[in-house]
Design a protein around this ligand. Sequence first.
Ligand code: NAD
Length: 490
Amino acid sequence: MANATNTETITVHNYIGGQWKEPATGRWVTCVNPARASEAVAQAPASDRADLDGAVASAEAARPSWRKLTGAQRGALLFKAADLLESRMEEIGRAMTREMGKTLGEAKGETARGAAILRYYAGEGMRPVGDVIPSTDADALMFTTRAPLGVVGVITPWNFPVAIPIWKMAPALIYGNAVVWKPALETSVTASLIMACFHDAGFPSGAVNMVIGDGAVIGQAIAEHPGIHGVTFTGSGAVGKRVGQTALARGAKYQLEMGGKNPIVIAADADLDLAVDATISGGLRSTGQKCTATSRVIVVRDVYEPFRAKLLEKVKALRVGDGLNADTWLGPCASRKQYETVLRYVDKGKEEGAELLVGGGRPEDPALADGYFVTPAVFDKVTPSMMIAREEIFGPVLALIEARDLEEAIALANDTEFGLSASLYTRDIASALKFMQESEAGLVRVNAETAGVELQAPFGGMKSSSSHSREQGQAAIEFYTSVKTVFIKP
Ligand code: NAD
């Protein structure tokens, strides 16, 4: 089991059949702190298919007795895991910040969210799962019930290393599935701390398993494995589509949540101070690495200049630094790959003729020279055909786009292959209703930032942001179970 303190390098193990295990390969990968790349945070297992086979076999062995428990019994274990997660919030938060850079406040907040999700689904074990449907046969009873899928494979990204795995594993488990989880390599310490909570809560061995390794090896193997009956994936579009195609080809159920290019629309009657705060918080918190992060800022002409001036003033004041420092507002990009991607898009934006008003480079502070830091960037004069207006950057970059009026602003907001989240700032109820109706996004928010997901509400995207399924809240039951229609005649 991992123990996250200070600057030590933690050796992480797989968790299979209730035991911590070394990878069959005997190989490990070094993961570094993005705020200080010379600091190794973890030696993470470079697992291969033999490890996955072991995890699937353990899950298969555990699932008959796991599904026979009552929802209340499974729920009791989820409640215990929630208490443990909450009591270890400081340790888990620190591990998360060291591994992927988000500020400690955000990391602890996410851990608290993880505990709340566990409790929500613990309660789900006691809620109705079907309907009684009037039969045309007067003597018969007809109703629906739900069956678990069996073994569920869970593939998750590094950007919300507690919340996303838990919003997948908690419903999978409460509805009676066994789980094999492949976390992102970058956040393997956080992952092992979550597994430790499940272990210490007393989950039966094999009900939940974790195999860490390269995505192309273990993620692909999960999609292909005949012993895995459903695959739930969150990550990038390119990988997600491959996972979905692979699962579909062998008849497994799958669910994909992928990228976004989320717009905030600022109407002429918006409260500009609130709109600026929401743009900054939605676009730059977590260094812009939320799937729901604001990326396109579409401002109606009448208020374009005052909005831009207020935005710039506040963006310039944001403090970039190590997420463990209390005065840091914005941590580093999570990895070298992310950092290079962000800088590439900044160059591309300049090449395409957008005007970089602020940021988009390395901070001057020499103490940050060893980290993957990029100062928060605001581009002006962005047109809808530019790459920085079309592709997901996943970094601290805002693209300002001017619109003639609200009509054009909504059209611009919808002019994207993605459809995850969209927000509008206005004081007018008619504009709010119009936006709600016309927005091509799974999450529509008025006078609130694009990034904001409540655990009890359905979450997922339209267009290429998702496989059109929904996660969280009671919507989760649709993926993790199959409906059985039952007809009983005495
Ligand atoms: P990614 O697609 O690179 O990786 C996601 C997961 O897939 C990781 O566990 C990774 O190891 C694994 N993986 C990598 N290659 C694989 C392969 N060939 N087969 C199977 N699995 C493989 O994404 P990322 O960089 O970790 O995360 C960032 C992306 O995730 C962004 O696009 C972001 O928008 C998206 N995201 C979406 C949501 C959402 O709910 N819609 C939430 C968070 C993040």
